[in-house]
Write a protein that binds this ligand. Structure first.
Ligand SMILES: [Zn+2]
Length: 646
């Protein structure tokens, strides 16, 4: 861990101009933000109702009615506002800013005198605030509101929202140091990382200290979350978490003693984000080591090849090492967002690109698969294998949807994806002391300063289809400093040039290091990145005898649209090479990868019984793989990432 951390770049200093990411970024302002505003206002036809804005109006006394929706429904507005804030940093939009300002005023009106803010309790359980931390989600909700307020303040300079949330945070800091709450922790982590953000923007130590207390208290005895329901002031909110299972909320052991990623995956990674933040601010080696141990457990034993985490549909949780079922899994979009946020923090405090590899995998596969290419429908659960007929209600598969949904009653994922895409610049590069760090090799224009001198970097990229990157660096006055460019682990034979001449930069923790007097230079990076087969550790029972196709950061999959039905009956010949063909007409322009293999001949089977003694016949076939992040954008059908091979 370094003494200084790398900073995420201000979003007004970076413009994403990339043929792959660009279409998603433009969707944020054109489609996703307006669409989600309609959803929050219950104006999307045939979609599940949100009730979110109505709840605020009722809490503010502007409308008659009651609270409806999930207990954490307020967070949908928070994440929407956070996405709006980020989008305003690169695209001015007065009308949208006015809408956001009005929403913020509404939040202010729904806030109680003492700073309390949560429409569920204000409407349904007045006087019962913080009387069920296990299920009440008030601290989780406050966390998302704080994140939104910090983002809105940073981008617009307006402090109304920030002041509203400082009042809520002040109340939390006061309440959670009372004797009654001396060992209290939130049932769903999020407030911890948000309080760190609030500390970073205000410099007020008490917020950092409260975040630290919440993290240090977790998993200690007596276990507040286990004992809470026995208190006479306890209020029933939701029966989801009864009886309380401490690992579900990472409350089974003090955080430094946790060696494996446990419980609800979103909760876990939000906690790890705060642990990484606090490890840095306290320069706490033991806390950092705990983060590293948990990170290793995830990437070495508990993560899908797509960067999905949380393999159990029951309780949306981690299970045991190597238990990674493909069809019945959870792999929530939010969990991969949280994993990307955790990895980003670890990279910021170490300057180590290994975390960026995982961050990129999560973002470019699971998170992008979470949203349709038109920005109007979403996956909450991200399976690696789908047979639509088996995704039935009232079965153990009912959480798996073969088609993206317009909205969800519990809509944590769609606005979370929106805020992630809107803040992509924060993932693309970091700034350090007199240095710029390129993480994602995506087309972008970046303005930064090196030793007080302005430098502009225009990055062109052919990723993720081809390993060709060009950086044009220009400065009016000569600027001294370092440029670090990530060389991905999947890049074979990377070759750099500087002003047309071959360059051999030193590689430090996965970044190529250039130190120059920058004035007007061109750096190119080329590497080969052919599609190839990947295999899982044999301990992953679900993938034994199967191969996946990957090319660079993208995982590919078979779809029924290209390969007909019954993808389980297809065997790929891994001794034959893969063929790549970029097709403009495929999924908005995408690489199609073809392979040779065999498939089961089904003729005569329909007439026979379920089993027979003769083996099946196989026939020659060619199969087509498309990027997993784009699956489900054509007709409904089967999908598979892992394919049987011989
Ligand atoms: Zn979610």
């Amino acid at each position: 861990m370094e003494k200084k951390k790398l900073q995420t770049i201000s979003l007004n200093k970076i413009g994403v101009d990339d043929s792959f990411w660009g279409k998603y970024i433009s969707l944020v302002t054109k489609e996703i933000i307006p669409y989600q505003w309609s959803a929050l206002n219950d104006e999307v036809k045939d979609a599940e109702k949100s009730h979110c804005i109505t709840n605020f109006k009722v809490a503010a006394g502007l409308e008659e009615g009651t609270f409806e929706g999930f207990v954490f429904q307020d967070t949908d507005l928070a994440k929407w506002l956070e996405a709006v804030a980020y989008s305003l940093s690169y695209e001015k939009n007065e009308e949208l800013e006015k809408l956001a300002d009005e929403a913020i005023q509404l939040i202010g009106k729904a806030q109680e005198e003492n700073g309390y803010l949560d429409t569920y309790f204000t409407i349904l359980e007045p006087g019962k605030q913080f009387c069920n931390l296990k299920e009440g989600h008030e601290l989780y909700t406050a966390g998302h509101m704080i994140e939104a307020a910090v983002a809105y303040y940073k981008v617009t300079g307006k402090d109304e929202f920030l002041n509203i949330m400082k009042r809520t945070a002040d109340l939390i800091c006061e309440v959670f140091h009372r004797e009654k709450y001396e060992n209290a922790v939130p049932g769903h982590e999020e407030i911890e990382l948000a309080l760190v953000k609030l500390y970073e923007v205000t410099g007020e130590e008490k917020y950092l200290s409260m975040a630290k207390d919440f993290v240090e208290r977790r998993g200690t005895k007596p276990n507040y979350l286990e004992e809470e329901s026995g208190k006479d002031w306890y209020v029933d909110v939701w029966h989801d978490a009864n009886p309380y299972h401490p690992p579900y909320g990472q409350a089974h052991l003090p955080v430094r003693q946790q060696k494996t990623a446990e419980g609800h995956a979103v909760r876990a990674v939000y906690l790890y984000c705060a642990m990484a933040d606090l490890a840095f601010f306290s320069q706490d080696k033991s806390l950092f080591d705990a983060c590293e141990t948990l990170y290793k457990n995830i990437v070495e034993k508990r993560m899908y090849i797509t960067g999905g985490i949380g393999s159990s549909g029951i309780l949306e949780r981690f299970t045991t090492d190597y238990d990674l079922p493909n069809a019945s899994n959870y792999a929530e979009s939010c969990a991969s967002i949280g994993l990307a946020l955790f990895c980003r923090r670890m990279a910021q405090i170490t300057g180590d690109a290994k975390y960026i590899e995982t961050m990129e995998t999560a973002l470019m596969n699971t998170v992008l698969a979470g949203i349709a290419m038109d920005g109007k429908s979403f996956f909450y659960v991200n399976p690696l294998e789908v047979w639509p007929n088996a995704c039935m209600e009232k079965t153990s598969m009912e959480h798996v949807k073969p088609v993206r949904q317009k909205w969800f009653g519990c809509a944590c994922c769609p606005p979370n994806i929106a805020r992630t895409l809107a803040s992509l610049g924060e993932y693309i590069c970091f700034t350090g002391e007199d240095s710029l760090w390129i993480n994602l090799l995506a087309g972008a224009e970046i303005s930064t300063e090196l030793k007080g001198k302005k430098v502009n970097i225009k990055m062109d990229s052919s990723m993720p289809w081809e390993g060709k990157i060009r950086l044009q660096i220009s400065a009016k006055e000569t600027a001294e400093g370092s440029l670090y460019i990530r060389v991905p682990e999947y890049a074979r034979n990377p070759i750099f040039t500087l002003d047309g001449k071959k360059a051999v930069p030193g590689i430090e923790k996965g970044y190529a290091h250039f130190k120059e007097d920058w004035k007007n230079q061109v750096i190119t990076l080329e590497f080969s990145m052919e599609a190839h087969f990947a295999y899982a550790n044999p301990n992953v029972r679900a993938d034994v005898g199967k191969a996946a196709v990957v090319k660079g950061p993208l995982v590919y999959c078979l779809e029924e649209a290209d390969n007909g039905e019954n993808l389980s009956g297809i065997f790929v010949d891994v001794k034959e090479g893969l063929k790549e063909n970029f097709r403009e007409d495929l999924l908005g322009g995408a690489m199609e990868i073809t392979a040779r293999g065999k498939r089961v001949v089904k003729k005569d089977w329909e007439k026979e019984s379920l089993y027979r003694l003769a083996p099946v016949e196989l026939e020659e076939t060619r199969m087509k793989f498309v990027p997993y992040c784009h699956w489900g954008n054509r007709k409904t059908g089967e999908m598979a990432v892992w394919v049987k091979y011989w």
